[in-house]
Design a protein around this ligand. Sequence first.
Ligand code: MIG
Length: 754
Amino acid sequence: MYGKLTGYEKNGQLVTIHYEKQDMTLHVLTPEIINVFVPFYTKEHRSKAIEGNKELPTTFRIEEISQTGRENCIMLTTDVLVCKAYDNGMIDFYDKAGNLLCADYRQKRIPRFELQESFIEFIKQEGHEVDMAGSMDYPVQCVKELDEKDCIYGLGDKTGVLNKRYYEYENWNSDIPDPHEDCFKSLYKSIPFFITLKENGVYGIFYDNTFKSYFNFGKENNSYYSFGSDNGNLDYYFIGGNSMPDILANYTYLTGRMPLPQKWTLGYHQSRWGYDSEETFRTLAAKLKECRIPCDALHFDIDYMDHYKVFTWNKERFTDARTLLSDLKAQGIKAVTIIDPGVKVEKDYNMYEEGMKNGYYAKAPDGSVYVNAVWPGDAVYPDFGNPKVRDWWGSHLEFYTDLGVNGVWNDMNEPASFNGPLPNDVIFTDEDRPSTHGEMHNVYGHNMAKATYEGWKKLTGKRPFVITRACYSGSQKYTTAWTGDNQSLWTHLRMAIPQQCNLGLSGMAFVGTDIGGFGADTTPELLARWVEVGCFSPLFRNHCAKGNMNQEPWLFGEDVLNIYRKYVELRYSLLPYFYDLCRVCEKTGLPVIRPLVLHYENDKNVRNLNDEFLVGEQLLVAPVVEQGAVKRMVYLPEGIWYDYWTNKEYMGNQYYLTDAPLDTCPIFVKAGSILPKAPAQMYVGEIENPELILDVYPGCGSYTHYQDNGEDFAYLDGAYNEYLFENKGNGNLSITRVHEGYRDYPDIKINYIS
Ligand code: MIG
């Protein structure tokens, strides 16, 4: 396809490699990030994930290397990476010390197994599916070498285990109501970023292509992996660094980081599809207080709307939404409303009419407005890739802000459709040029989130709280996410851990699962175990489907209610810690929930650890995710750890069998930790200016704590406090305020753990 290397041209940090048939560019963005680009589809990148110019002034050397008997190559050397371009578009990356990190695969592809046509027909008879997609060639594609020990992480919300080695996936945002199984190739989100952890080294690849894409991580053959797409450019970023956190910092430098959320969004949220009247919400608020379950938000699912028309409120069942919301707020409870993209086709409905008049909906290839169906029946699809449509949608959010709504939950934005999938040739817009569904599908949710974030920010001046189901790389700048329609199954509780860890490794740090499970019916035990995991998710929400058993915590007996309360209270006590972790994420891209491998990448025991996770660096959670289990094996990595409940000391690098009766989620605190905590509250802000409590663990360590008003953007102008706590061991803690810009705590109580 490329032919022989014929030379190169350097233009600033952009190097064009000339081949006989097809040029390729290598763009040195930073010493650690090099972009590889071949303009198969458009001349420019047209990234939806990366905004602004990310090139940092970087010095690098470029040499043409020709040795007799060996292939010529062009070699680029930064302070961190070496990139060599050879004949036929082959590109290899090395670290500074000359260790090979990633090489293009040059041999003939050999699928591990090939089926004969006749046999395929034979086994299909009973309904077995035969899927050969994994070993196909795609119009845009890269095949890279794999080492025996390579592990692969990231790729967003995919099902299955933490380490994606030996599995294949597809990026095509999909709303599939069947129980999400490990064999699913795609779910709601498309995040074409992964980290390859080698025996000796680590790198990341961000493959910025929004068309339907395919990833095969050694399933086809153990000695190579591939990524490719149906269309678009070959456009990927090779990301180097010393460690997994470095790679993540670089990826989020490119695609952006989660901005600090409002503090209340880290509280508990109660939801259900089917809460359909003013009375229901008032009763819920009362019941939460009666059962002493702290709560910050109630979610309004599609039932609040008039005939499922977005930007409307059902006047019969909610005679006075404004008063309802202000009464809830008086009790500390905020309202989050669902908004779907599909707009009902209905004469005189303002959203429909306005959008039609302005040409804001996606069109069929013949130029007529494209109609499919969702909840309201026939519906049209706002063309969110068009900046005018985003502005229009964003300004209409005033309907919600004016009533006192505090956050938006974007659903169905894959986009979902009831009358079959949208054809690939439906016409959408990509900013200033016409595009197609095939190109814009995977960024539909992303652009809807962007519209929502920007509109909400303009209207309220507060940090917007947006939740989305579908997204693309970079969506973390605009929205939080939940993992969609899981089910009340133990397998789905188990999946919640690697899924959230991989989302975090893909830049999406503010995530959560539907606690208790969305579809199917939960059990008392499952709900109890789920809240023990869910209370550590940044998005802490119990939600379930209409048509299933109700799932509020008080419906499963006194014991379960007490367990539930224990973990909601645990979350509220740890809110300062969660808030600090959000601040860390905003600065570094490190997620809140982290797989152990992120901090202990040299420890082989954690590379495939699916049922434990870290919250920040200080807490290790080893929940029970097996029905009936009351003990579990816990692996603790190097160092000394303390049982959160008993303070018992454990040496790391070992496995332990721990007690875990139904009311106990095993949690361990790293030696030297300083855990910032808050006094009990029924909602964030119940106590006007709460004291800070510091649990100080044996050992040495330091910790940076952040404090601000938890609501708006004043912190960007310095309205915040930052404290440095230093634990020097033996009951010796120093506190320094390193930045002063906000009111101080009335008191800081120190609690030495021994
Ligand atoms: O499945 O709005 O994932 O959370 O409750 C139907 C109703 C559409 C899907 C979402 C779910 C929500 C439901 N929606």
